[in-house]
Design a protein around this ligand. Structure first.
Ligand code: CMC
Length: 381
């Protein structure tokens, strides 16, 4: 049988390649706009809740009142971790990065899922349970590594407020809860980003949702993706003062080192999430009178705008999110796990959608090695 060769084009980093169809998320990179199922991110961050956004991503429509109440109830009832998982977190090295702990536990949870049902309904339920448990995993690991007793999930607090409660052992103020809720909304989904693609690649083999989510967590950890928020705070500490920004940027650009929190494959304009985070960071910085990091960031923006603005390199979501979390008293190595707590809703939404018309991801490679040749025996080499 003759196999017709399609003309294959090499696209490093798969730039410009359309890998699937979706009804979940849309980005207009030139205009700097982001929509979840048609709703602008600005409206959602201001008026919605993370629970409502989860429903939106999983169903591509906003919930009715009873539907939202039902989802909130299911989240509340499924926040606890199996005792064996807590025992594992106690035994795990407490020096481990929380992203490694989260990835491992997301994977471990599959061992406790005895339901063999693979229907869309069963997988949606797994998505809800995973999302409900992510904050508990992160907060439990964080407390254990500090030799503190884990705090059991609160029976009535909302998703974001309960996470802060489990982390710090006391109820957050309404403002802190609102800021965390908005942060989760802003991170919930972002079309075909690297971690969503990683989870879809795993899902496309018809593997299970836990494996796909674990793939997503692994991909999110890197500093070119979700790990950038932690890297930004490290950079701000290194710069230390707005007066050092210009020389820091000059040195980095000369050495071809990326400035964390800037640039994006899709946005060639200001990332709309960064605008919202910036406003929260400004308000929190004023409130606590601790604005050094905010001032460094503003200077970074000014310097980068002059040097790289014409190349379409603008602030991305990670530039200001770290300052916001820092102001809430959250340590830097939990920034990326918070990204994951939100993004698991998006990963699972895309996995469930992709499975509706699944096709194995299997791209090609451009071979540049030696031409076919005869094997050389050991004595002849
Ligand atoms: N600082 C300095 N130069 C940059 C930056 C940056 N942050 N981002 C891109 N460039 C330059 C890069 O050096 C290259 O220049 P040249 O053509 O002269 O070699 C050009 O822009 C293209 O860069 P690229 O890395 O090939 O572009 P990409 O589309 O693969 O980049 C990116 C996307 C996010 C990996 C990149 O902008 C970057 O590394 N940024 C810093 C890390 C970061 O903040 N990541 C978070 C992304 S947003 C959160 C998320 O969704 O994950």
């Amino acid at each position: 049988m003759e196999i017709k060769e399609k003309s294959l084009e090499y696209a490093p980093g798969l730039e410009g390649v359309v890998a699937c169809r979706t009804r979940i998320c849309q980005i207009d990179g030139q205009a700097g706009k982001l929509y979840y199922a048609g709703y602008p991110i600005e409206d959602l961050a201001q008026n919605s809740t993370f629970e409502e956004v989860c429903f939106l991503l999983w169903n591509q429509r906003l919930p009715r009142h009873d539907e939202l109440e039902n989802l909130e109830k299911i989240f509340r009832e499924n926040r606890s971790l199996p005792q064996e998982v807590i025992a594992f977190l106690e035994l795990a090295p407490h020096t481990a990065h929380p992203m490694d702990a989260l990835r491992t536990i997301a994977s471990l949870l599959s061992c406790f899922d005895i339901n063999l049902e693979k229907s869309p309904e069963a997988n949606l339920q797994r998505a809800i349970f995973l999302t409900a448990r992510f904050p508990t995993i992160v907060a439990t690991f964080h407390r254990l590594r500090q030799n503190q007793k884990p705090v059991l999930p609160h029976p009535s607090l909302g998703f974001a407020a309960n996470f802060l409660y489990m982390l710090f052992g006391k109820e957050p103020t309404p403002n802190q809860a609102k800021v965390m809720d908005a942060a989760l909304i802003l991170h919930a989904d972002h079309e075909m980003n690297a971690s969503t693609f990683a989870s879809l690649v795993t899902a496309s083999t018809l593997s299970d949702i836990y494996s796909a989510v674990a793939s997503g967590i692994g991909a999110l950890k890197g500093p070119l993706h979700g790990g950038a928020n932690e890297a930004v705070l490290k950079m701000l500490m290194e710069i230390a003062d707005p007066a050092n920004v210009e020389s820091y940027v000059d040195q980095a650009l000369t050495k071809k080192v990326k400035i964390m929190g800037f640039g994006h494959r899709i946005y060639k304009n200001y990332d709309p999430r960064a605008r919202i985070f910036k406003e929260y960071a400004r308000r929190l910085s004023e409130r606590t009178k601790f604005s050094r990091f905010f001032k460094i960031n503003e200077k970074l923006e000014e310097v980068m705008q002059a040097k790289k603005g014409q190349h379409g390199i603008f602030p991305n979501v990670d530039l200001y999110s770290g300052i916001v979390y820092h102001q809430l008293g959250i340590p830097a190595d939990l920034f990326t796990p918070i990204f994951a707590i939100a993004r698991v809703s998006g990963w699972t939404a895309h996995i469930l959608e992709y499975w509706q018309e699944n096709r194995l991801f299997r791209p090609n490679a451009l071979y540049e090695g030696p031409a076919p040749r005869a094997y050389v025996s050991m004595g002849q080499r």
